[in-house]
Design a protein around this ligand. Structure first.
Ligand SMILES: [Cu+2]
Length: 374
């Protein structure tokens, strides 16, 4: 339902800017959702209004200055309090503002309407990565992806960033290990918050940009209209590595999404409805992770969430590999270690301070630590 009155403006401007956009990306990114398309045409429309005003005002000004200058014999007129002029220069700008505010308000209201989502995902900003959690919700896809959670880390290698001689990858600084996966054609509600400092969730081609603030929940939404990969970034300025926490959204068909969700639930032990029903016992999934794929997954979790303390042994944390520190702990048995790691012990916060980790992931990390310390 793009506004027909200003479509021609958009078309004309888009045609003239297309060349620039392709060469140097001066314009907004190509919109891929209805909201982004509305934002795009609003931007174009308001830009055209501004250009017209600019040309008229400065045209009149320079014409007057040049044509009526003193050196060709003109004399300044003296007049005060011309009511007609004052009314005109109040009413015309007022009408121009109304003409811009009306369509803008319509789009802003649509952007804020997060009701009736098919799926709800919490995006949590961390220093310096995003964590995604598919929360239990209403809508078409309720139950399909409940409880899935994972981190999404920059996958561009450090040498590409710091070593000028290394060739940069195609999606340099815009690539991650685990993309956010969403179904096409479904309304996705994103709840944003942050764990430490303010971050901002921004996917330009979806027309989505929302601050992620510690202690607050804000929401935004999008309905992806085409499958594919879409890239965004943390748009927060203050902080040294916001530029290193990109957002990649992988849009897949609904069937692919269901298959992905079922597989995730199995891998991470998330209690998604389908797997829970299919599995012999509800607790089977996390145990399986700990027993089977534990070492590999655990290593990643350990490096991301536990190494900060357990690699160096700060503040009394038992250092991995140090047999003297670990022998008495190992003697307690694994279940005690799991419990202490999940619930916290002494100075050690529950799950090492990463509430977003599933029990299965923490257990896998403990397994990894134990295997290094035996
Ligand atoms: Cu950030």
């Amino acid at each position: 339902m793009a506004s027909t009155t200003k479509n021609w403006v958009t078309a004309v401007a888009a045609a003239t800017w297309a060349g620039n956009a392709a060469a140097g990306n001066l314009n907004l990114q190509e919109p891929t959702t209805t909201i982004a398309a509305q934002i795009y045409s609003l931007h174009t429309y308001i830009m055209v209004v501004c250009v017209v005003i600019f040309v008229l005002v400065f045209g009149a000004m320079f014409y007057s200055i040049f044509k009526h200058r003193k050196s060709v014999g003109h004399k300044a007129a003296h007049f005060h309090e011309n009511t007609t002029v004052e009314i005109i220069w109040t009413v015309i700008p007022f009408l121009i503002l109304l003409g811009m505010a009306a369509p803008a308000t319509k789009t802003i209201l649509a952007m804020k309407d997060t009701s009736n989502a098919d799926i709800t995902i919490k995006a949590v900003g961390y220093q310096w990565k995003w964590g995604y959690e598919y929360v239990r919700g209403e809508g078409d896809l309720a139950g399909v992806s409940d409880g899935i959670q994972f981190y999404s880390n920059l996958s561009t290698t450090k040498d590409q960033i710091y070593d000028k001689s290394v060739k940069k990858s195609e999606n340099y600084l815009l690539e991650v290990d685990n993309p956010l996966v969403v179904p096409v054609g479904k309304k996705v509600r994103i709840l944003t918050t942050a764990n430490d400092v303010i971050h901002a969730f921004w996917v330009p081609s979806f027309g989505v940009k929302q601050d992620a603030i510690p202690g607050f929940i804000r929401d935004t939404w999008f309905t992806a209209e085409q499958t594919g990969e879409f890239r965004g970034q943390c748009a927060e300025l203050c902080g040294k590595e916001h530029g290193f926490m990109p957002i990649v959204v992988k849009v897949v068909t609904v069937d692919e999404f269901k298959a992905w969700a079922a597989k995730q639930a199995k891998d991470t032990g998330a209690p998604a409805a389908e797997t829970a029903a299919a599995a012999p016992a509800p607790q089977a999934a996390p145990e399986k992770v700990a027993a089977a794929g534990g070492a590999a997954d655990g290593k990643k979790t350990f490096e991301g969430a536990c190494a900060a303390c357990h690699m160096t042994g700060v503040a009394g944390a038992p250092k991995v590999g140090e047999k003297a520190a670990w022998a008495p702990r190992l003697a307690q048995g694994k279940d005690a270690l799991y419990e202490h790691a999940i619930k916290g012990k002494g100075v050690m916060p529950p799950k090492g301070g990463n509430a977003a980790l599933s029990d299965g992931e923490v257990k896998a990390a403990v397994d990894h630590m134990v295997s290094l310390s035996k």
